[in-house]
Design a protein around this ligand. Structure first.
Ligand SMILES: Cc1cc2nc3c(=O)[nH]c(=O)nc-3n(C[C@H](O)[C@H](O)[C@H](O)COP(=O)(O)OP(=O)(O)OC[C@H]3O[C@@H](n4cnc5c(N)ncnc54)[C@H](O)[C@@H]3O)c2cc1C
Length: 409
């Protein structure tokens, strides 16, 4: 088991420096253009594929790092470059994790490569869980998957919303209800292979931030997928549903609940790391600006009113990173999240990104309010972190419930 260390190892440092170069040379210069265009930055994704940043091999290597620090490090650097382009690059990874977490070896080997495509023909993937009436309240999900035993096929019907890469993905991972009486325990995930009839893109959303990342509805109308597209397979699903039924009868369903909880706790620090990247980027621009902007005959940083917020910004960013690293290390080394440490890291890092980018905008004065400087975009982008992968209010609910053992609402 890896001891916790604040020091990245030599391999990690090398990857971090290489990624930082890619973020500075390729992502950051393209950020304003793709934010304005509000389109998926395919040429940047292709460039990332060419150098090996956008690839199954690279992602898997980071994902299975025993220290747990590689994924947050990767996220921080890419999102330091730009959040919208960063999400366009790692959005596929989020879908891939859904398959890695629940899929059989055969499913992992078949579908994840198709999510990425290859250097000459890059593809993306989407993870579709949220619905118009089921955001924070995942148990309210209505998309149905019904088994057609005669043909060994699942038939999916429903509407997904807010899906990153929804409709433009080569492979969609769709969460659907298989047992309506079992609440969130009656959900299962399905692969919808490329070109499957019945899946279409609904509305594409025009957004406040991360505008280079594609977000859309996904409509499923009698979408038929083969039985082997059920992630984990039917036997495992039947066992899980039987356990959930036992729990409803008064038996112990804790194992089912805890498995889902552990998955979220493990994935949330990655979003926290994205927020740390955006916060750090805005802080650096503000620090640089404060040293060079002169008013009243001296650099504005000469005033405590400017220097103290910078001190607070940096302190919060470092604290956020430490929470993120702790939770990622806990996930990688199988430590129990007895205080919802994953949710804590996401809550603190996402609130930090919002606060730090707002302070940075203020420190740049009029320039902060214009698109001449990147802080305005970073401020808009930062708003997503307290919303997706569980809002701040939901993180607080999870933490409070975990700490108290009470069903706080
Ligand atoms: C850009 C973007 C990309 C996304 N990508 C994906 C994706 O790839 N796949 C996917 O499945 N989903 C995705 N989402 C969806 C995202 O996860 C949801 O938006 C999020 O979970 C919140 O759900 P909601 O928008 O329905 O808000 P709601 O659940 O309606 O919440 C509205 C407000 O009420 C508060 N609230 C709700 N319940 C409670 C409560 N019990 N106590 C206190 N406060 C409460 C919330 O915190 C929030 O402030 C994405 C969203 C966005 C905006």
């Amino acid at each position: 088991m890896a001891e916790f260390s604040f020091e990245l190892n030599d391999d990690q440092k090398q990857v971090r420096d290489w990624l930082h170069g890619f973020a500075a040379d390729v992502i950051r210069p393209a950020a304003a253009e793709w934010d304005e265009r509000e389109e998926t930055p395919w040429p940047v994704i292709q460039e990332a594929a060419k150098v090996g940043v956008y690839s199954l091999d690279f992602y898997a290597q980071q994902y299975f790092d025993p220290t747990g620090l590689s994924i947050p490090m990767v996220m921080e650097e890419l999102f330091w470059g730009d959040a919208g382009i960063g999400l366009s690059i790692v959005g596929t990874g989020l879908a891939a994790v859904g398959v890695l977490a629940n899929g059989t070896d055969e499913q992992i080997g078949t579908w994840i490569p198709q999510m990425y495509g290859d250097v000459d023909d890059v593809k993306v993937a989407a993870f579709c869980s949220s619905e118009p009436d089921a955001g924070s309240d995942v148990a309210a999900m209505r998309t149905r998957a019904v088994y057609d035993g005669a043909n060994d096929e699942w038939v999916l019907n429903g509407t997904k919303t807010w899906a990153t890469n929804g409709g433009i993905a080569n492979v969609h991972v769709v969460v659907a209800v298989v047992d309506p009486e079992a609440g969130s325990k009656g959900h299962a995930s399905f692969i919808v292979p490329p070109g499957t009839p019945g899946l279409s893109q609904g509305q594409k959303f025009k957004k406040h931030g991360i505008r280079a990342s594609h977000t859309a509805e996904v409509v499923l109308e009698d979408v038929r997928v083969p039985g082997h597209c059920l992630l984990g397979g039917k036997e495992k699903l039947d066992e899980r549903l039987a356990r959930a039924r036992e729990a409803r009868k008064g038996g112990s369903g804790e194992r089912v609940k805890n498995a889902a909880m552990a998955t979220f706790e493990a994935s949330r620090p990655a979003v926290g790391a994205m927020a740390v990247g955006t916060a750090r980027a805005a802080y650096e621009v503000a620090l640089d600006y404060a040293k060079t902007r002169t008013q009243f005959g001296r650099p504005i940083i000469d005033n405590q009113g400017v220097a103290f917020p910078l001190a607070d910004m940096r302190t919060r960013i470092d604290a956020a990173r430490l929470l993120v690293w702790r939770a990622s290390w806990m996930a990688a080394t199988g430590k129990p999240f007895t205080a919802a440490e994953g949710s804590m890291s996401k809550l603190y890092a996402s609130e930090t990104a919002k606060q730090v980018t707002a302070q940075a905008l203020q420190l740049l004065g009029g320039n902060g309010f214009t698109r001449e400087y990147p802080v305005e975009r970073m401020h808009r982008d930062s708003a997503i972190y307290t919303i997706f992968e569980g809002t701040s209010e939901i993180q607080r609910l999870v933490i409070a419930r975990t700490l108290s053992g009470m069903p706080i609402r």
